[in-house]
Write a protein that binds this ligand. Structure first.
Ligand code: GDP
Length: 429
């Protein structure tokens, strides 16, 4: 039975949340396989408007089981708060529709502190962290200085393990950053206040997923952030600290035997980027302000104004390849309706030469955009629901992207609501 992934093609914030929310209708299980509470997947549906941080976007569908895999950065405190918040809007969340992998590592109370302290130390060289503790968490996971969620069921061994980790972590906090240490009492409070609340959801989700796959259940893997933030293949060091690519999904979900049948890459009709790092196609001044306002481009988690630019073809083509996308969803096409001419970053100029390829990270700072213009459509398209009803200029824009990226665009979204979507006829089943 199908196992599908929904992933971001660019820098993140492409609108993955709304696509997962839409496609969960055809799936039984939605799995988050990497990243942590630094996500902000916006979902608008009958329950209201949500910015989901850690909860999978299938949480609103009554027949969908949601899984947090071993690859996520599991912050018990933030997750417990998010569960309460979403539940307060009338959404059912219980161990029957939310499961946490016993192999997920726990984001510890000091990880957020360390994130802030390191960004402070870096000052104007900072990486643009959301300060949710993600980089310190994954570093500690790699050097085995954190605990697995399943250890909460072994209280004796857990205490001994925590005491070991605390000894190391306090050295880092006091000797490297000159700040105050944590104590075992702090950890007891954290265990009682936050970890106890998530304990009912913890189980062996790897076995659950493998068996569900064998039984023919339909799985949907939900990524956080985009291709260019992938720890190995993205714009290092301005990446996140985990793998955002679809190929990692079965590993981060704990079911490596599951084979992906399709990968839906989500691309925004223009470019946005939160935080630091090279962003070759970046616009400035009034042109940028207009696009930011038209697209309401402010971070869902941080409220930070997003950097904006025209659609970046070299970056998008690279992202499509990294994700091995089998089809694309183009979001926010409606936002471009105000433009008479639509700029596109068709290529880069590097060392005086035009290049179609996305350069090595260190060379990105020297690249400049080659901008070309396409005809705008100049009318509201947000009520359109059929491909053939889109203005010809809008269809040409979609076809241009499809050709440039070598991947079919099967969905086009023209508004944030669940129903504001166009399914391309050639791609419909
Ligand atoms: P994600 O993290 O990839 O899910 O993306 P975000 O939630 O950070 O950003 C997407 C934003 O665009 C959200 O505010 C969505 O409600 C909004 N959005 C998604 N699709 C569309 C669309 O087609 N048109 C408009 N105008 N807004 C959209």
């Amino acid at each position: 039975m199908p196992a599908d992934a929904i992933v971001g093609i660019n820098w993140g914030d492409e609108g993955k949340g709304r696509m997962v929310d839409l496609l969960t209708e055809d799936h039984d299980i939605v799995i988050r396989y990497q990243g942590g509470g630094n996500a902000g997947h916006t979902v608008i549906n009958g329950y209201g408007k949500f910015a989901l941080h850690l909860l999978p976007s299938g949480i609103f569908r009554p027949n969908v089981t949601n899984v947090l895999g071993n690859g996520v950065a599991l912050d018990p405190q933030s997750l417990a708060e998010e569960i309460e918040e979403v539940r307060s809007k009338g959404v059912h969340i219980g161990p029957d529709n939310l499961m946490i992998s016993d192999r997920a590592s726990l984001l510890m109370p000091w990880h957020k502190d360390l994130d802030g302290l390191e960004e402070q130390r870096l000052a104007d060289r900072k990486y643009g962290s959301t300060k949710q503790g993600i980089a310190p968490f994954y570093s500690d996971k790699a050097r085995k200085k954190t605990v697995l969620a399943g250890e909460l069921f072994y209280p004796g061994r857990l205490r001994a393990h925590l005491a070991d980790i605390l000894e190391w972590e306090d050295l880092v906090l006091t000797k490297i950053y000159g700040t105050k240490p944590y104590s075992m009492e702090d950890l007891e409070k954290w265990l009682a206040d936050s970890c106890e609340k998530i304990k009912p959801y913890i189980r062996d989700t790897g076995t659950y997923l493998r068996e569900a796959d064998k039984a023919g259940k339909r799985l949907l893997f939900e990524a956080q952030l985009g291709s260019l933030r992938d720890l190995d293949l993205g714009i290092v060091p301005y990446t996140t600290s985990s793998n955002t690519t679809a190929a990692y999904a079965p590993v981060g979900a704990g079911c490596p035997s599951v084979k992906l049948d399709s990968v839906l890459g989500v691309v925004k009709a223009y470019s946005t980027c939160v935080g630091e790092g090279p962003f070759v196609c970046e616009m400035s001044g009034r042109e940028a302000d207009e696009l930011r306002e038209a697209g309401a481009e402010y971070g869902a988690k941080t409220g930070r104004p997003r950097r904006v630019g025209p659609l970046d073809i070299p970056a998008t083509r690279y992202g499509v390849r990294l994700q091995a996308a089998t089809e694309l969803a183009l979001t926010k096409l409606d936002v471009l309706s105000y433009m008479k001419k639509i700029p596109v970053c068709a290529a880069y100029s590097l060392d005086g030469e035009r290049t179609e390829d996305f350069p090595f990270p260190a060379a990105l700072e020297d690249a400049s955009p080659v901008i070309e213009y396409m005809e705008g459509w100049g009318c509201d398209i947000s009520k359109i629901r059929r491909w053939e009803d889109l203005p010809q200029a809008a269809r040409r824009y979609v076809e241009y992207i499809e050709k440039a990226c070598g991947c079919p665009i099967s969905w086009i979204s023209v508004g944030p609501e669940r129903e504001s979507i166009i399914r391309r006829p050639s791609c419909a089943e």
